[in-house]
Design a protein around this ligand. Structure first.
Ligand code: PGA
Length: 254
């Protein structure tokens, strides 16, 4: 199973000029690099989906940072899974903590989005994670368990392999504070257990469980390689192609 290295560009890359500069740098970093054991995905803002797809080359796949669950119609400001797919997207991040926080996304809505993505043949990258308050109250496992179960409720087991799950503690996003390898491993084991109980081992063993939150070239061994994670979701460092590809190389060679 190839490791996933996902870049979440968030609300950055503000102009065509910035976009072109970014794509040029990324292509330079990629050239001549052997990254055959990783699947690299970039999730730019919607406005750049098409140009990223055309400009980035074969080595990187494209995804969006969100979708709406309806296919088309009177939903002002929303983007449907079919649109992402038709503009070259293969993946979609769903349930990122910033969407849960600023746009009040619920587990129920996240579930609808995952189902809509799968229906449109987009692969969901589903984020789950606890707040600092929940961690301090020893609620991490309970929170993760609820989020995973509700997100994946009613999904056909023949489709579950298309899903990747990100353990992304909210207190680790953008903070440079990361959990210990053991904490990450515990979260991974819990998520794997829920997957096996819900979907059967045979159907769920291909589901990749990755880590997100303050991943950089210094933390990547502790947060991904040591706990045996199947990849990473990278925020800030994905804005610097040199750093992003450096992390991908460490994972590829790990
Ligand atoms: P970060 O963000 O790498 O900047 O902590 C990760 C994320 O929000 O997905």
């Amino acid at each position: 199973m190839d490791k996933l290295v996902v870049g979440n560009l968030k609300m950055n890359v503000l102009s065509p000029l910035e976009r072109d500069r970014y794509l040029d740098l990324m292509k330079k970093e990629l050239s001549g690099k052997e990254l055959s054991k990783t699947e690299i995905i970039l999730c730019p803002p919607y406005v750049h989906l098409e140009s990223f797809k055309k400009g980035i080359g074969e080595k990187i796949k494209i995804g969006s940072q969100n979708i709406f669950w309806e296919k088309e119609g009177p939903f002002t400001g929303e983007i449907s899974p079919a649109m992402v797919k038709n503009y070259g997207g293969e993946y979609v991040i769903i349930g990122h903590s910033e969407r849960r926080k600023y746009f009040c996304e619920t587990d129920e809505e996240i579930n609808l989005k995952i189902k809509a993505a799968l229906k449109a043949s987009l692969r969901p990258i589903v984020c789950v994670g606890e707040t600092k308050l929940e961690k301090d109250a020893n609620q991490t496992m309970k929170v993760l368990s609820c989020q995973v179960k509700e997100a994946l409720f009613g999904i056909n087991r023949t489709k579950i392999e298309q899903v990747a799950i990100v353990y992304e503690p909210i207190w680790a996003v953008g903070t440079d504070v990361v959990p210990t390898s053991n904490e990450i491993m515990e979260a991974k084991l819990l998520i794997r257990k829920i997957l096996i109980e819900t979907f059967d081992k045979r159907y769920s063993e291909g589901v990749r469980i990755i880590y997100g939150g303050s991943v950089n070239s210094k933390t990547v061994r502790e947060v991904c390689i040591e706990p045996g994670m199947d990849g990473v979701l990278i925020g800030r460092e994905s804005l610097t192609p040199f750093e992003f590809i450096k992390i991908a190389e460490i994972i590829n060679n790990g």
